[in-house]
Design a binder for this molecule. Structure first.
Ligand SMILES: C[S@@+](CC[C@H](N)C(=O)[O-])C[C@H]1O[C@@H](n2cnc3c(N)ncnc32)[C@H](O)[C@@H]1O
Length: 197
């Protein structure tokens, strides 16, 4: 974890939730993410870790559905915002400041490892994925949301599929074209990768 990355993401924290898919402040966008993610999680209370959880929007969404959620982020400001979001929502979420590339979590302890828009930002995504799958219980699942955005940042779906297949037997890609997820129509590549046991 570099201090440059931490400073960068600390600097994003105050305005991060202004993007519809970040803050989930629009009820339609929030519902679209709930409709996408909740069916991917085993019946509540499942244990879920949200790696690179940012301001905690997805972690809180899942905790509100009755799941036992932890979040890890390298940015102290993101973690503070996430804790405040969980406090306001009155749900217990255990947010920790730490490196998602090598999460401070016990092996084989989660039903779901979730990471949205994080893998692309890590220097060694394949190494991180190898550590993430070790956090899963034997029947656990990996749920990744990534993109190759019009800004040029990100990873193509095929690259993430290959990386996941380097550490798991299954990787199913679904392209996320529904404007309700993003609060607007999008033309760049946005997708979900799910790996079940
Ligand atoms: C684009 S944001 C996504 C936030 C959240 N997952 C979401 O979808 O709303 C990327 C997040 O990853 C975090 N991050 C980047 N590198 C990290 C690392 N090595 N360890 C932990 N968090 C990291 C940043 O602090 C930031 O909160």
């Amino acid at each position: 974890m570099t201090s440059d990355a931490r400073e960068f993401w600390d600097g994003q924290a105050a305005t991060f939730d202004q993007e519809p898919d970040h803050g989930l402040l629009d009820p339609e966008v929030r519902r679209a993410w709930a409709d996408l993610l909740l069916p991917l999680v085993p019946p509540a209370p499942a244990s879920v870790v949200d790696l690179g959880c940012g301001t905690g929007s997805l972690a809180v969404l899942l905790a509100q559905a009755g799941h036992a959620v932890s979040g890890v982020d390298l940015s102290g400001r993101m973690v503070r915002a996430a804790r405040e979001k969980a406090r306001v929502a009155a749900v217990p979420v255990d947010f920790t400041r730490g490196d998602a590339a090598d999460p401070p979590c016990a092996p084989a302890s989660f039903d779901v490892v979730l990471a949205r828009h994080v893998l692309w930002a890590l220097p060694d995504p394949g190494g991180a994925l190898a550590r993430w799958v070790r956090l899963l219980k034997p029947d656990g699942r990996l749920v990744l949301v990534e993109g190759r955005w019009s800004t040029g940042a990100g990873l193509p779906a095929e690259r993430v599929r290959e990386l996941v297949l380097g550490v798991r037997e299954q990787a199913v890609v679904r392209h996320l074209t529904d404007p309700a997820l993003w609060g607007r129509a999008v033309e760049d590549e946005r997708y979900l990768v799910v790996s079940r046991s």
